[in-house]
Design a protein around this ligand. Structure first.
Ligand SMILES: Cc1cc2nc3c(=O)[nH]c(=O)nc-3n(C[C@H](O)[C@H](O)[C@H](O)COP(=O)(O)O)c2cc1C
Length: 366
């Protein structure tokens, strides 16, 4: 069946997936206000294209923390890809590699990071662009062992998810009785080391309200990898991230799966842009479904965006080819949006392309 948009892909994926798995992927916490706001907020921002600028073909390439990207769209970390396709995160990594973008591998990946990296390397024919997402575990010794695994396979950044001091309450999952992975699948990155005291058993992820900026200081000392803080929404936290040596910040409300009624990330972006003031790269996720959404995020000051659910629809529909289709759709839409706006590059987008009233509203909100 033909698909013309990411939304078409979601409809098709929903038909294929077990309904409880679809709900796990699509759903959010509580009333899912934030899930809906993320997407709706992009639609409220009007574009004001420029004309007759002789911009020529648009350039989509960019660099981020030393990684070269064919476009400023990353694969955000999402758990459990094997629920969608037998190849799971291997398929996603191959698509990221052939598309020339970064895959942020979830700590809750159903394929071990070593195997994800092998798949990515084989598809890329060499160097890969993998970042590794972690939930800092109160057992710092175990956390360190996971970081060492990510380092050993060539991940170039650790993405610390900081918006999860406890688990969001997802009522779709509660009503479906969806709580654990089926037999034969597990979070392979949570396997205890076989040597020393470890038993090789799989740990459960601990979401800890004890975590603090001290733990980010600890992380800074144990690894030389770049550190990205994912889940910053408050400008004061953006300043603290700078002070604690973060190499980048990812503005995220976890796709509306943690605290419900956090505003749409695109509405939060301008205040974070002010706080960061160009000192480190800024990323955003949440509700990106169109090339115009990417363009709006970049025009408001993001260096790149990440996508979550659309990748899962791609995995569910056709594994590697499905994820590649998702990324290529966004590339083609972004390309067209840039040209229609009279822009020649993703690197020089500015807020004057957005409706003045909306920009003023967004920028004075905090
Ligand atoms: C099914 C699912 C699983 C997720 N798993 C993780 C995860 O393991 N770690 C994490 O930091 N974020 C996780 N996220 C959040 C995403 O990284 C991202 O913030 C969010 O999906 C972006 O919004 P979008 O889905 O609208 O693109 C998950 C999101 C979904 C939908």
């Amino acid at each position: 069946m033909q698909a013309f948009s990411l939304r078409d892909l979601e409809v098709q994926a929903q038909r294929r997936l077990d309904p409880a798995v679809y709900d796990y992927f699509a759903g959010g916490s509580d009333d899912e206000v934030t899930v809906r706001s993320n997407e709706a907020a992009f639609a409220r921002i009007g574009l004001l294209p420029r004309v007759l600028r002789g911009a020529g073909p648009a350039e989509l390439e960019t660099t981020l923390l030393g990684c070269r990207l064919s476009m400023p769209v990353l694969i955000g970390p999402t758990a459990f890809h094997r629920l969608a396709h037998p190849e799971g995160e291997r398929a996603t990594a191959r698509a990221a590699a052939t598309t020339g973008t970064i895959m942020i591998v979830s700590m809750a990946s159903t394929v071990a990071i070593e195997e994800v990296a092998t798949a990515a390397r084989e598809a890329a024919g060499g160097e890969t662009n993998l970042w590794f997402q972690i939930y800092l575990q109160p057992d710092l010794g175990f956390t360190e062992s996971v970081i060492r695994r990510a380092e050993a396979v060539g991940c170039s950044a650790i993405v610390v998810t900081v918006d999860s001091p406890t688990f969001g309450r997802r009522e779709r999952d509660l009503s479906n009785g969806f709580s654990d992975l089926p037999p034969g699948m597990c979070c392979e990155n949570l396997r205890e080391p076989m040597n020393g005291n470890g038993s090789g058993k799989i740990r459960k992820i601990v979401f800890s309200p004890e975590l603090s900026w001290k733990d980010i200081e600890w992380l800074r000392k144990v690894t030389e990898l770049k550190i990205v803080l994912k889940g910053i929404v408050h400008p004061e936290d953006a300043k603290l991230a700078l002070r604690h040596g973060a190499d980048a910040v990812l503005v995220s409300n976890h796709g509306g799966r943690q605290l419900d009624t956090v505003p749409a990330t695109i509405e939060l972006l301008p205040a974070i842009v002010n706080a960061i003031d160009g000192r480190i790269p800024l990323l955003l996720d949440g509700g990106i479904r169109r090339g115009t959404d990417v363009l709006k995020a970049l025009a408001l000051g993001a260096d790149a965006v990440a996508i979550g659910r659309p990748v899962l629809w791609g995995v569910a529909l056709a594994g590697e080819a499905g994820v590649a289709q998702v990324l290529e759709m966004l590339r083609s839409e972004l390309n067209r949006a840039l040209t229609l706006c009279g822009c020649s590059s993703v690197r020089d987008l500015t807020p004057d392309l957005l409706q003045v009233r909306v920009v003023e509203e967004l920028c004075t909100r905090r």
